[in-house]
Design a protein around this ligand. Structure first.
Ligand code: CP
Length: 310
């Protein structure tokens, strides 16, 4: 296996090779043991400055990147658009170029526009990490999801993974589909027909709107939130009705002849897409995903910085 990533930026899973993903996993294994030691810090990125630029809300991704950067001893600056000069009409490129003038080496960016990090990568001299671009990709989420499946089940290859919920508005779904397929897993998506984009038919995934069919088929269910903030028309009659037909609950799991592993990228809407008894059960690895997120992001930052330093 190669010891370097094939790309200078992490813009999406689509642009990674299987070998890139395996290298990230093996590097994350090392960092996971580091962050479980009494001294959780290594000096790997001591001379690197990273800007976390968030134009959309975040809890997990923002904190996870910041912790990963600090565990690697990078210098970190944080920017949120809500209280910035973006409000005064500054363009994305001007904002980022101003930040880079302060000698920033890497940019972690979340933006509501699909393709925003790809655009930046063409114009600026810094490594870009996509922390979620609109409804397009969320590569580090898919890496931590698949890393967590590998940790729980030993391997991703050959596993059957159902992605349940609002596929249409989900960057997590698309990045997971790419990652799972590159690693040799089979993927099924399940949700109301109105929340399944037509292009999925070209991606080689199974499609159903019957949650029982998806649960009987899969080894792993990755449950997604309904993204009401991106829905400007009604895609289903009510949250109550959505929950009745597509919510994951204990009764549905009790009908299965095998245990399945439950993932959720967060934030959870308890009682809508998943009930609390399932989210908090031993089958759910939701907090393991969050823990693994720090190690996986350390691996991504470390490997991208290695390209920069060579
Ligand atoms: N999973 C995820 O992206 O969560 P945040 O929106 O809180 O970062």
């Amino acid at each position: 296996m190669s010891q370097a990533l094939s790309v200078p930026h992490l813009l999406g899973i689509k642009s990674l090779t299987e070998s890139d993903i395996q290298l990230i996993f093996e590097t994350a294994d090392e960092f996971k043991s580091v962050i479980n030691r009494p001294i959780k810090k290594v000096p790997s990125l001591r001379d690197i400055t990273i800007a976390n630029i968030f134009f959309e809300n975040s809890t997990r991704t923002k904190l996870s990147f910041e912790l990963a950067e600090k565990r690697l001893s990078a210098d970190v600056v944080n920017f949120s658009s809500g209280n910035s000069s973006v409000k005064k009409g500054e363009t994305l490129l001007d904002t980022v170029n101003n930040i880079l003038s302060m000698k920033v080496d890497m940019v972690v960016m979340r933006h509501s526009s699909p393709g925003a990090p790809h655009f930046l990568s063409r114009y600026i001299d810094a490594n870009i990490v996509n922390a979620g671009d609109g409804t397009h990709e969320h590569p580090t989420q898919a890496l931590l999801d698949t890393f967590s499946i590998r940790e729980k089940l030993g391997d991703v290859s050959g596993k059957k993974v159902a992605i349940l919920g609002d596929i249409l508005h989900s960057r997590v779904a698309l990045s997971n589909i790419f990652a799972l397929q590159k690693l040799g897993a089979e993927v099924m998506v399940c949700g109301p027909n109105t929340l399944i984009p037509k292009y999925l038919g070209n991606l080689g995934v199974k499609i159903t709107s019957n949650i029982r069919e998806a649960l009987h088929w899969c080894d792993v269910a990755n449950v997604l939130r309904i993204q009401l903030e991106r829905q400007h028309i009604k895609f289903f009659p009510s949250l109550r009705e959505y929950s009745m037909h597509f919510g994951l609950n204990k009764q549905l799991l009790a009908e299965l002849d095998k245990p399945i592993t439950i993932l959720h990228p967060g934030p959870i809407n308890r009682g809508v897409e998943i009930t609390s008894d399932v989210a908090d059960s031993d089958h759910a690895i939701i907090l393991d995903q969050v823990e693994n997120g720090v190690a996986v992001r350390m691996a991504v930052l470390y490997l991208l910085a290695s390209i920069r330093q060579n």
